[in-house]
Design a protein around this ligand. Structure first.
Ligand SMILES: [Fe+2]
Length: 242
């Protein structure tokens, strides 16, 4: 079963996750060291700050910067977005462009300052419109608030950092066991020393459950279009990783 990082900020210059191709390649090397076979690049999309067109153009330029250096030695990279959910998002023109390219799978980040039932309705409407919304890092929010979405069958992603805290992890076991968790993410920002360890640890702790989750992720990525590696990476970037 391919090991898939569903949530990572690895596009150079796309957001605060990576400031350069050099950083992005170091991030991909970390993910490779963690055993990751495929990663979804999910730059932040803030509906109150970004226009769809400027975001898509900027993201395309950032992806182009990265793709020049990709080789088959790196994990396969897909492009999506981490979209901040807000009421009315279901009406946003061009929302399909924020799904993982080639799919209708949409990573949604909930606000940290709380929300009303209207936001649940929004996410359900998005699903009605043929998307498969996945809630990003549900481990970061009050569990009762997330339950409102999960009761409706909305899907969830967990961050690797959760697995460093055994007591906290216990609280999320049920969501893993009942199939609500369909994706795992490094949520990698920058390229910290030993940055491969959290993802590695998560896979080790989950054991066979990780494979079940990755199988669900693979289904969500069916038809996804990867960034295509080039035959000859630029030498100076390749040297960084040796
Ligand atoms: Fe993120």
């Amino acid at each position: 079963m391919p090991i898939i990082d569903f949530h990572a900020h690895i596009l150079p210059g796309a957001d605060h996750g990576s400031d350069s191709s050099k950083t992005s390649l170091a991030q991909l090397a970390l993910l490779r060291a963690a055993g990751v076979d495929a990663v979804v690049a999910t730059p932040h999309f803030y509906p109150h700050m970004h226009s769809m067109q400027s975001f898509l153009e900027h993201r395309a330029r950032c992806a182009e910067r990265l793709v020049r250096h990709l080789t088959p030695a790196y994990p396969t990279a897909f492009v999506g977005a981490e979209v901040l959910a807000c009421e009315g998002l279901e009406h946003m023109e061009g929302l399909e462009h924020l799904a993982v390219k080639g799919t209708r799978t949409l990573l949604l980040e909930l606000p940290f300052s709380g929300w009303g039932h209207g936001l649940v309705e929004t996410v359900l409407q998005i699903r009605e419109h043929g998307f498969t919304p996945v809630l990003a890092h549900v481990d970061r929010y009050p569990r009762a608030s997330i339950e409102e979405f999960l009761h409706e069958g909305i899907l969830a992603q967990l961050n690797a950092e959760l697995f460093a805290h055994p007591l906290r992890l216990r609280a999320y076991r049920r969501w893993i066991e009942n199939g609500a968790v369909v994706a795992l993410g490094s949520d990698l920002h920058k390229a910290p020393k030993n940055g491969h360890r959290p993802f590695q640890k998560m896979c080790a702790k989950l054991g066979p459950e990780a494979d079940r989750i990755f199988a669900r992720t693979a289904e969500l990525l069916e038809g996804a279009v990867p960034l295509t590696p080039t035959e000859a990476p630029q030498k100076e970037e390749a040297l960084v990783l040796t």
